[in-house]
Every structure is written in C-alpha cells, then in structure tokens.
Design a protein around this ligand. Structure first.
Ligand SMILES: NC(=O)c1ccc[n+]([C@@H]2O[C@H](COP(=O)([O-])OP(=O)(O)OC[C@H]3O[C@@H](n4cnc5c(N)ncnc54)[C@H](O)[C@@H]3O)[C@@H](O)[C@H]2O)c1
Length: 345
C-alpha cells in the first residue's frame, strides 16, 4: 500500500545564463541536487542554450530570459548571466515571485545592490548569494573551528587568489574589474572568518597582460585590510598565475592558526629520485566542485522547507563596499574608509 509523506514537491528551477558558471549549476541540478527539477534554460546564445538543453534533457530553452520568468511552472531561478545584467534581471525575477539564487557579484556596484535588496525586502522572495567558498568543506570546517575557539581570538587573515589562466577577452570586457569580479570572494571570506567588519583598506595594483585586460584594468593586486576590533588582513590576487589555480587562506589567532586550501587534485603523489610530483587542480570548477553542489543543495532545501539561506544579499553588498573602497584606494593611492561602517556581523 502506498505510504503518504509530508515531503514538499520538488523545486522547479530555471537557469539564466548558460556559460561556464550557469552550465555547471544546470549540470548539478540535473544530476545531483535532491528535491530539484531543472525545467528551463535561457541564454541569448541560441546554439549554446540548445546544446545544453539537449545534453540535460531540458525541454524549455529560451533566448530571452523574460520568457523563462513568465512560466508558471518555474518556482526558482539561478542567475548566472554576466554581472551587469543583475540590475534588471534580479528585480524582474523578484517581481515574478521566483526564489532567486544569484551568482556573485550581487550587482556591479553597492548602490545597485542596495536598490535590489530593497526590492527583495518588498517582495519577500527568497534570495541566496553565490559565495560558494563558504560551502567548501575545508572553509566550512575552518569557520566552525574558529567559532569554537580553536585558535583563540583571530588576529590576522591572509586571503590569496590566483587564476590559472586569464578568462577569454570577451568575458573580461563584460566583467567589472578584479576587485568586484574576483577579490569579492576573498573580501567575503575575510569578514566571515574574522567575524568582524573591514573598516579601512589600502589597495595597490599593476598589470602585465594588456591583451587580457579591459581598458584601465589591473591584473595583479594587493589590499591591506583593517578590521573594526583591530584585526588585520592581507589580500592578493592575480588574473594569470601561469602555474595553476591557487586559492589559499590563513587565519592567525592568539592560540594557533588555520591554513585552508590545497592545490592537489587528489592524494596521488609521484616520487622519483630527487623529485616529488602531484596532480594539480585544473581550475575553479575543479577546486570548488563540491562547494557548487553543496550551495545549490542548500538553496533548494531552503526553498522547499521555507528556510532562510545562510548567505543573503547583505553579504553581497558588504563585499561590494569593500571592493569599491579598494578601487578608490587604487585610484587615489591612499587608505580609504569602507562605507557601511563597522555594523553587525
Ligand atoms: N561563484 C563563482 O565562483 C563564479 C565563477 C565564475 C563566474 N561567476 C559569475 O557568473 C556569471 C557568469 O560568468 P561565466 O564565467 O559563466 O561567464 P560566461 O561568459 O562563460 O557565461 C555568461 C553567459 O551568459 C549569457 N548571457 C549574456 N547576456 C545574457 C542575458 N541577458 N540573459 C541570459 N544570459 C545572458 C552569455 O551568452 C553566456 O552564455 C558572472 O556574473 C560571474 O561573476 C561566478
């Protein structure tokens, strides 16, 4: 005899933007997220969206994202189109009553992100920010240990990001510069791990690959961070490291330190006379494969069971405020106070 359960229906999801990030989310939704059903895709690149639709068996594919939003059988959307589209796309999704998973950055600037936040509050739709590193098992573990007091009072954080290869020129030109597009992950991690607000930054930058850069952009940067309780942070980022993708973080506390991050793909090490060699993580999709899946499972669970996502748009605004302060510091050559004040974490 069939048994009744109280489990809510699967969440029907549409993915907007099927480039490298959106395709990964779509593949995860199609293959491995409990309680999710991928029902629609949208991307102006017709060949790309059709091909992904065929690969994943998704019947409804659109070149106009508004048609996807108009579907009554779409409960939630994953927004992974280029960052400048957020200003229009996120409010439209909220007004259509869809739950929203939004890739970073929340918008191209903090003012736009604040306007979006206002609209989200008015409509009351669920929103999750795509800061997936917080879901990476190593980062989540470190965060838990810090909160348990394993390293005492956190004093200093080092957050380092290096891209294995430059993004294609057209992607870089559509993007919003290194601080907003890339360092934003590290700014979010820095505050999250230190459990404190950044109040001042001093940033520097330079460039060596003009062929990969948008005009006026930089491709290697540093930022020195001052936290409200006196803690300090150091961030560095390079668009093209040449040796591989490398994300590394360290938090020093009064009782110890935590080092987070690895570069090996697996635990296989080749030993030869005078040499030791291991495999290397390919890129961001490879290194954060689990994190992308876990953050999406979290989103789907929140929609299904009416929970508040662990990362909201406030985190996206905050990281943008730090990125904007870094941009001003880079321009003026001076330390800059971060907008938004010390505030609550
Ligand atoms: N969380 C992360 O680690 C991470 C990693 C990569 C990218 N991202 C973010 O994801 C977004 C996409 O980045 P990407 O690397 O996939 O770029 P991409 O260039 O590979 O893909 C973007 C896709 O969006 C499509 N597109 C353009 N305009 C659109 C519109 N109006 N509606 C729908 N689709 C549109 C393009 O045709 C393309 O297929 C960016 O905002 C980026 O910052 C996040």
């Amino acid at each position: 005899m069939p048994q009744q359960t109280n489990r809510p229906d699967p969440v029907r999801i549409g993915v907007i933007g099927t480039g490298s990030m959106g395709a990964q989310h779509a593949r995860n939704l199609a293959a491995g997220i409990l309680g999710a059903r991928l029902v629609a895709l949208a991307d102006p690149d017709e060949a790309r969206v059709r091909q992904l639709g065929e690969e994943l068996g998704v019947l409804h594919v659109y070149t106009d994202w508004r048609e996807l939003l108009a579907r009554d059988d779409v409960d939630a959307v994953v927004i992974a189109a280029p960052s400048p589209t957020r200003a229009e796309m996120v409010p439209a999704a909220a007004e259509a009553g869809k739950a929203i998973f939004c890739e970073k950055p929340a918008a191209v600037d903090a003012a736009t992100a604040r306007r979006i936040a206002g609209l989200l509050a008015e409509t009351g739709v669920l929103y999750q920010m795509g800061f997936m590193r917080r879901f990476d098992p190593s980062y989540a573990h470190a965060h838990r240990r810090i909160r348990e007091g394993a390293i005492g009072e956190p004093l200093l954080v080092r957050v380092s990001s290096r891209e294995d290869a430059p993004a294609p020129t057209q992607v870089v030109r559509r993007a919003t510069g290194m601080f907003v597009e890339s360092s934003i992950h590290d700014f979010d991690l820095a505050e999250w791990l230190m459990n404190d607000r950044v109040v001042r930054v001093y940033a520097q930058g330079g460039y060596v690959y003009p062929e990969f850069n948008a005009p006026g952009d930089v491709d290697f940067v540093t930022a020195s961070l001052t936290f409200s309780r006196g803690g300090l942070g150091l961030h560095d980022n390079a668009r093209y490291s040449r040796y591989g993708y490398h994300i590394q973080t360290e938090v020093l506390g009064t009782e110890g330190a935590l080092q987070i991050g690895y570069v090996h793909r697996d635990a296989c090490v080749l030993l030869k006379r005078g040499q030791q060699a291991g495999d290397y993580v390919m890129d961001w999709l490879d290194r954060f494969r689990d994190a992308y899946r876990i953050e999406m499972q979290h989103f789907v669970d929140c929609v299904r069971f009416g929970r508040k996502p662990a990362i909201g748009i406030d985190a996206g605004i905050r990281a943008l405020e730090i990125a904007e302060a870094c941009l001003r510091s880079l321009k003026t050559g001076l330390p800059v106070e971060v907008a938004g004040g010390p505030g609550e974490m």
